[in-house]
Design a protein around this ligand. Structure first.
Ligand SMILES: O=C(O)CCC(=O)C(=O)O
Ligand SMILES: [Fe+2]
Length: 229
């Protein structure tokens, strides 16, 4: 890799939100990418998400563990082909715990395992508006892993979608974790930088995997379609 003029280093953007550049080496990126390609296949594969207000998300998405739809979780693709969501493999849950520990320290690793993954695929024109990840019932840190093209990731505050926020460049292999006081902060992806993916990945576009703890297993009536017990 070319020498960086300013080497990238671990940065705490705000308390609880940490960027760890180059956390995944190329071998781990390739294995994760290969798994994403499998998960993207139907049934319960990559889909376009429509919001209740009539909007369409420009990134396309596939979920593991529980299926996210605007705005809740289900066990099947209730806004798509209706198939059962794919399971989240143990190795990916373990990767989430390892990532949380790396970024925030051992005390921040949640006791409940990471049980949801949302995988977003961004082509050159895709972006994601400022939002908060609030459909989980757990304050466990969100772990974000990026593959492929770089992007501008905007990390803001819990109060408003507007300033103050910090723009961070997320590149292939980077880890970003937000927990503690930053867990429910607004964030988004204003733009992707097309053509910046490492050539060895053979990926056109950007993939982002967020790992979350649902906090819903003990509260199943909050999962759409599950009857109250
Ligand atoms: O693509 C990203 O880096 C962020 C994705 C995200 O915010 C989400 O899936 O909720
Ligand atoms: Fe998010």
């Amino acid at each position: 890799m070319d020498a960086e003029l300013f080497p990238r280093s671990r940065t705490e953007v705000v308390t609880g939100a940490v960027h760890v550049p180059d956390w995944l080496d190329e071998g781990r990126q390739l294995r994760l990418l290969e798994a994403c390609r499998e998960w993207a296949r139907p049934p319960a594969g990559l889909r376009t998400v429509h919001t209740p207000g009539g909007g369409t998300m420009t990134s396309r998405q596939v979920c593991l563990g529980l299926h996210w739809y605007p705005y809740g979780y289900a066990r099947t693709v209730v806004d798509g082909d209706g198939a059962p969501v794919k399971p989240l493999p143990e190795w990916l849950a373990a990767l989430g715990s390892e990532a949380a520990g790396t970024a925030l320290g051992a005390a921040a690793v949640p006791r409940e395992p990471y049980d949801i993954a949302l995988i977003n695929f961004y082509d050159a024109d895709a972006h994601m508006g400022m939002h908060r990840d609030i459909d989980e019932k757990s304050g466990a840190p969100v772990v974000s892993l990026s593959l492929g093209d770089s992007c501008v990731f905007r990390f803001g505050n819990t109060e408003t979608r507007a300033c103050p926020y910090t723009d961070v460049e997320l590149r292939s292999g980077d880890l970003f974790v937000f927990g503690g006081p930053a867990r429910f902060a607004h964030h988004g992806v204003p733009r992707v930088r097309p053509g910046t993916a490492p050539s060895g990945l053979r990926l056109t576009g950007r993939l982002n995997i967020t790992l979350r703890v649902s906090g819903l297993r003990s509260d199943p009536e909050r999962i759409m379609g599950d009857s109250p017990s």
